[in-house]
Design a protein around this ligand. Structure first.
Ligand code: ADP
Ligand code: ZN
Length: 725
C-alpha cells in the first residue's frame, strides 16, 4: 500500500475483536498511514485501537464507511509481527483480531511518553552562596540537562536547594526524552570463563546467530551452565544490533535470573509479565516498539510485544507446561517462538535439562540441532537419587514422611545444610470429610473438592477460587468436631516438620502465599542466603533456582501426577522430578534426592534413580509412535461449555455429526472434559486424532462451519495440540 493520500482511500483495520477479517475504514484527507500503523477507529458506539492491515478486505459500501479517527504517534507494527498474527490465527483457528489484541495490551503506550523537564545551567551566581548550592552548581556547570531530582540526588542535597536556584533564574528548562526502562546491555561486560564443553556449545550458538532461521535444542543437565551458554548467543545478537527475547516460564520468580543477566551484561533485561505495574507495561511496550529496549525477559505473552528488529528468541525450560495458554487463543509459546523465528529469519534456542518429547523427536529427525552439556559445572555432582518404597517404610500414623526421609532431613540440618521437601499441592489437605456421615466438601460450581487452607481457616476451590470458612460442625449431619482432613498439602507437611524439628528454621513456599511475588522473591533470596534449614514447597521452588547450601531434596509424593491417566503424565512427572531434585548439590558437596513412591518399579522412578534419561526418552518416544500420538500423529480438542450439562453435550453431538468424512482423521467423543464443571459451566470435549500430515485445521474449521452456530450459553473453544489428551 502506498502512502498516497488520494481521496476515498480505504484501508483494512484489524480490531481487537473476534472478527474473522479486518474491517474497512476511510482514510481522511491528509492522514498518513501504512500497514502496521496503530490507529483509533469507531466501532459501533465505541472507539478502539486497531492495526492497519495489508490483506485486502471485501468490497464495501462507500456510504457506510467510517473514517479513521486518529493515527497514533507510534512505530507501526513490523511486517514480521503482522505475518506472525496471521500465522498464529490460522494455526490456532482463532480470529486474527483476537491475536492482534494480544499485541495491543498497553493502550497508553500508543501515545509517546511525555518528555521530562530538564534543567540546564544558564550562568550566573546564586544570591547567597552555601555549600549545598555550590555542589549543585558545580555539577550543573557541565552544561548537560539534568532532571530536578537527578541533580539533587547527584549533589546529595534536598530538592528545595535545586528549586531555590531555579527560582533565582539560574536554570533554563528544556525538554528531555524519558529515560530508558533499562540500560543497554554490554555484550563484553562480564563474560564467563567457559569450560571446554560450554565453549563448544556456545560456539555453535554463536555461529547460528550469524545465520538465518534455525532451532537449537540446548540439552544439558541441571547446573551444567545452559544459562551461561545461551548468554553467549544473546551477546552475539546484541553485538549484531538485534533485539532479543528470553522466555522464562515463571518470570515473577526469576529475580535471580535478572541478577545473573546483570552480572553478565552490566544491565538488566526489561521484564514483561502480568505482575508489572500498568505504567511499567506501557513504558516497556513503547520502548520495545521504538527499539530502545534491546533485551526482554518475559512470560509467554512477551511473544506479542511489538519488536521491530527481533533477532533471537531463547526459550528457557522449554518443556514447561506454563508455556501453554489455554484461554481465548490457545497456543504454545514454545512452538510459536519457533514460528516467529521462521518468519523473522533468525535463530531460536530451546533450553532444557528434560526436553519435551516433541523437541527430542525434532532433534532426532534433524529439524533441530541438539547441543549437549553432559556434566554439571565445576566440582558439582548430580545428586544421588534413591526411591523410598513407601510400602516398606511407611510414615508414622498421621504423618506423610517416611522414617528414611526424616532421618536424612535430621542429618542434613545437623550438618548445617538445607533440605527441600517438595509436594505439588497447595494448602493443608486436598479433601475434607465428615467421619460421621461421610459428607465431602465440594465446590458448588466446579467438579472438585475444596482444599483446606488451615493457616487461613478456609476451604478453597483451586479452580474458581470459591472460598468458605471451615466450619466446626458438619453441614450435612451436624456432628461437631468430626471433620477430618484427608491427604497432605504443603501446609500439612510443614506441620509435620515443625512437630519433628521444632528448632529448625522452616519456610513454606506456595503460590497462594500472602504478599505475592515480592514476598516470594524475598523468601527465595533468604533461602539462597542460607536463612532457612528446611524448605517445604510446591513447584514454585522447582524452577531454576540456585540454592547453594541445599543438599537434600525429598519428594513427598512422586506418584501424584501419574494417577490422572494422561499419556503425558510420565513425561511430565519425569521432567518435574528431575527439575526439583536438581535443586540439590549445586556446589561441590555430596547431595541426595529421596523420592517417596508406592511404585518404585515405575519407569519414571527407574529413570530418575538410574540417571538413565536416554532409555526413558526412547521408551516414551516408541510408545508415542506406536499409538500415533504427537509428534507422530496430531491432536486437536474442541471444548464445549454451557450453563447446563445437556446444552453442552447436545452441542458436542451436533459438532460431531458435522464432522466431514476423512480417512486419516477420527473424532472421539463428546465426553465430559477432565474437569467436567468449572466455575458453574459444564464442559464436554471432542478429541480429534489425525496423522502427522493431516490437515487438522481444515477438518476442524469444516466441522465448526457445518454445525449449527452455538446458541444460548454455549461456547466453543478449539485447542490445537492440546497439552493433556
Ligand atoms: P543450568 O542453566 O544448566 O541449570 P546454570 O547456567 O544455572 O546451569 O549454571 C549453574 C551454576 O554454575 C550457576 O551458579 C552458574 O553461575 C555456574 N556456572 C556455570 N558455568 C559457569 C562458568 N563457566 N563459570 C562460572 N560459573 C559457572
Ligand atoms: Zn470451584
Amino acid at each position: 500500500m502506498s502512502e498516497d493520500s488520494s481521496r476515498n482511500r480505504i484501508v483494512p483495520v484489524l480490531v481487537p475483536m473476534p472478527a474473522e477479517r479486518p474491517y474497512s475504514y476511510a482514510v481522511p484527507d491528509g492522514m498518513v498511514i501504512g500497514p502496521g500503523s496503530i490507529v483509533r477507529v469507531p466501532l459501533g458506539p465505541r472507539e478502539v485501537a486497531g492495526i492497519v492491515w495489508d490483506t485486502p478486505t471485501d468490497r464495501v459500501d462507500a456510504k457506510k464507511l467510517r473514517p479513521i479517527s486518529e493515527v497514533f504517534d507510534c512505530p507501526p507494527l513490523a511486517e514480521a509481527d503482522r505475518r506472525f498474527v496471521d500465522w498464529v490465527a490460522a494455526y490456532t483457528l482463532s480470529p486474527p483480531g483476537m491475536v492482534a489484541r494480544m499485541f495491543l495490551r498497553a493502550p497508553a503506550a500508543f501515545d509517546p511518553e511525555p518528555p521530562l523537564e530538564g534543567l540546564v545551567f544558564a550562568g550566573g551566581e546564586p544570591e547567597r552562596a552555601t555549600a549545598a548550592r555550590a555542589r549543585v552548581l558545580e555539577l550543573a556547570r557541565d552544561g548537560m540537562a539534568w532532571t530536578r531530582s537527578g541533580l539533587a540526588h547527584a549533589a546529595g542535597v534536598s530538592l528545595t536547594v535545586v528549586d531555590g536556584l531555579k527560582a533565582q533564574g539560574l536554570f533554563e528548562t528544556v525538554k528531555i526524552p524519558p529515560p530508558p526502562v533499562v540500560a543497554a546491555p554490554d555484550p563484553t561486560y562480564g563474560a564467563a570463563d567457559l569450560t571446554p564443553d560450554q565453549r563448544d556449545a556456545a560456539g555453535t550458538l554463536r555461529d547460528k546467530a550469524g545465520g538465518g532461521f534455525s532451532v537449537t535444542l540446548l540439552d544439558g543437565v541441571t547446573g551444567s551452565g545452559k544459562t551461561e551458554v545461551y548468554f553467549e548467543a544473546i551477546a552475539a545478537a546484541v553485538e549484531a544490533g538485534r533485539q532479543v527475547l528470553v522466555l522464562v516460564p515463571e518470570i515473577a520468580l526469576t529475580a535471580a535470573f535478572l541478577d545473573r543477566f546483570h552480572d553478565r551484561f552490566g544491565a538488566k533485561p526489561a521484564e514483561w509479565h502480568s505482575d508489572l505495574s500498568p505504567r511499567m507495561r506501557e513504558r516497556v511496550w513503547r520502548q520495545v516498539a521504538e527499539g530502545r529496549v534491546r533485551v526482554v525477559a518475559g512470560a509467554r505473552s512477551a511473544l506479542f510485544l511489538p519488536f521491530n528488529d527481533l533477532g533471537l528468541i531463547v526459550v528457557d525450560e522449554e518443556h514447561d507446561p506454563a508455556y501453554k495458554q489455554e484461554d481465548r487463543v490457545y497456543y504454545s509459546a514454545r512452538d510459536m517462538a519457533v514460528v516467529r523465528g521462521h518468519i523473522g529469519g533468525f535463530p531460536v534456542v530451546l533450553a532444557s535439562a528434560t526436553p519435551a518429547v516433541e523437541s527430542r523427536v525434532n532433534a532426532d529427525q534433524g529439524r533441530y540441532e541438539r547441543v549437549m552439556l553432559p556434566a554439571r559445572f565445576a566440582e558439582a555432582a548430580m545428586p544421588d537419587l534413591r526411591a523410598i518404597d513407601m510400602r516398606r517404610s511407611p510414615p508414622a500414623r498421621g504423618g506423610f514422611l517416611s522414617p528414611v526421609l526424616l532421618e536424612q532431613v535430621e542429618k542434613t540440618v545437623a550438618r548445617g545444610e538445607q533440605a527441600l521437601l517438595f509436594l505439588n499441592r497447595r494448602g493443608y489437605a486436598p479433601l475434607t470429610l465428615c467421619r460421621v456421615c461421610g459428607h465431602r466438601f465440594q465446590c458448588p460450581s466446579c467438579s472438585s473438592w475444596l482444599v483446606e487452607h488451615r493457616f487461613r481457616g478456609q476451604l478453597v476451590c483451586h479452580h474458581c477460587a470459591h472460598t468458605e470458612p471451615r466450619p466446626e460442625a458438619c453441614p450435612s449431619c451436624g456432628a461437631l468436631d468430626h471433620l477430618v482432613a484427608c491427604g497432605p498439602g504443603v501446609e500439612r507437611i510443614a506441620e509435620e516438620v515443625v512437630g519433628r524439628f521444632p528448632d529448625a528454621r522452616t519456610i513454606v513456599l506456595s503460590s497462594d502465599m500472602l504478599g505475592g511475588v515480592k514476598r516470594l522473591r524475598l523468601e527465595l533470596d533468604a533461602i539462597a542466603k542460607g536463612e532457612a534449614d528446611i524448605v517445604i514447597g510446591t513447584q514454585l521452588v522447582a524452577k531454576g533456582h540456585n540454592f547453594p547450601n541445599m543438599t537434600l531434596v525429598g519428594v513427598v509424593d512422586a506418584d501424584l501426577g501419574l494417577a490422572n491417566g494422561d499419556p503425558r503424565a510420565a513425561e511430565r512427572t519425569f521432567q518435574l522430578l528431575s527439575q526439583v531434585t536438581g535443586r540439590a548439590g549445586r556446589t561441590g558437596r555430596k547431595s541426595l534426592g529421596l523420592i517417596q513412591t508406592y511404585q518404585p518399579a515405575h519407569p519414571v522412578m527407574q529413570a530418575l534413580v538410574s540417571g538413565d534419561a536416554e532409555s526413558f526418552y526412547e521408551r516414551e518416544i516408541a510408545e508415542r509412535e506406536r499409538a500415533g500420538l504427537p509428534p507422530f500423529g496430531r491432536l486437536a480438542a474442541i471444548i464445549i461449555s454451557a450453563a447446563t450439562r445437556a446444552e453442552a453435550e447436545s452441542h458436542g453431538r451436533a459438532l460431531r455429526r458435522a464432522a466431514p468424512a476423512a480417512a486419516d482423521i477420527s473424532v472421539l467423543g463428546p465426553t465430559e472434559a477432565p474437569l467436567a464443571l468449572v466455575a458453574g459451566r459444564h464442559r464436554f470435549r471432542l478429541l480429534i486424532h489425525g496423522e502427522r500430515r493431516s490437515d487438522m485445521q481444515g477438518f476442524v474449521r469444516a466441522m465448526v462451519a457445518a454445525a449449527e452456530r452455538p446458541r444460548g450459553s454455549v461456547r466453543v473453544s478449539v485447542d490445537i495440540d492440546p497439552q493433556s489428551f
